[in-house]
Design a binder for this molecule. Structure first.
Ligand SMILES: Nc1ncnc2c1ncn2[C@@H]1O[C@H](COP(=O)(O)OP(=O)(O)OP(=O)(O)O)[C@@H](O)[C@H]1O
Length: 223
């Protein structure tokens, strides 16, 4: 779950910066799925950055998985961050690390046993159809393959909150359908999921409650 109350965000600081989000209030329960829509520049990535704790809101209240972000110290935020999966537009893969090590990273941060990590990584990479590319470096993969690695890394430890920025833009229709079924399954298992997209076809095919932003303002919240 997460709650935002009167949240604003400005790049470069609230006084002189570019306003990316203005007075946004939202309340999304555990295990819910939301589309996040809006034209380019509407503030979608900024909202996802706040939810994944990459940036802090300039003002307003943010509570994620029951944790009030502003009142929480660095160690608490680090623990909270490990319960959040993020698929970023640029994939955010580490270019010098193998696909295996990229996907294993969240589990290593949880100090899981290596045998268990290997088992989990193989299972998820088989699921995304890239079990043969475990030794490759991310720059050696196509855009769609990198996106699937980024998705595998974000979901491997079943995060309580998953935010995904355009997770289907490099995927073909079949892979996008598989991803949507996985999101559905994860939500059933209790993960709260927010997916930003411009892909009208996929939104039409998989109807779900929608958050819509325009010029940083919330214009639709179908909860
Ligand atoms: N790093 C940055 N520095 C300054 N301004 C930024 C930065 N990133 C985004 N902005 C501005 O913040 C506003 C919201 O951008 P944001 O990336 O959140 O929109 P978006 O809805 O995700 O767009 P897109 O669909 O193109 O990814 C825009 O006016 C944008 O120009």
């Amino acid at each position: 779950m997460f709650r935002l109350h009167d949240v604003s965000y400005a790049y470069g600081g609230s006084q002189t910066g570019v306003a990316a989000l203005s007075h946004v209030s939202l309340d999304v329960a555990q295990g819910e799925f939301r589309w996040l829509l809006g034209p380019s520049g509407a503030g979608k990535s900024s909202l996802l950055s706040i939810l994944s704790l990459e940036v802090q809101a300039s003002s307003g209240m943010v509570e994620i998985l029951g944790v009030p972000v502003r009142q929480t110290r660095r160690a608490g935020l680090a623990r909270l961050r490990r319960r959040i999966g993020a698929v970023k537009q640029d994939f955010g893969l580490l270019p010098d690390m193998s696909v295996f090590d990229n996907v294993a990273l969240p589990l290593r941060l949880q100090h899981r046993a290596e045998a268990e990590i290997a088992h989990e990584v193989h299972a998820i990479m088989k699921w995304v159809g890239l079990e043969n590319r475990l030794d490759a470096l991310p720059p050696q993969l196509s855009g769609g393959e990198q996106q699937r690695v980024a998705i595998a890394r974000a979901v491997i430890y079943r995060p309580a909150l998953l935010v995904a920025d355009e997770p289907t833009n490099a995927l073909d229709e079949r892979q996008a359908g598989r991803l949507m079924r996985m999101f559905h399954r994860l939500a059933e298992l209790g993960t709260t999921i927010v997916v930003a997209t411009h892909n009208d076809a996929i939104v039409a095919k998989y109807p779900a409650p929608t958050i819509e932003l325009l010029h940083g303002h919330l214009v639709r919240d179908h909860g």
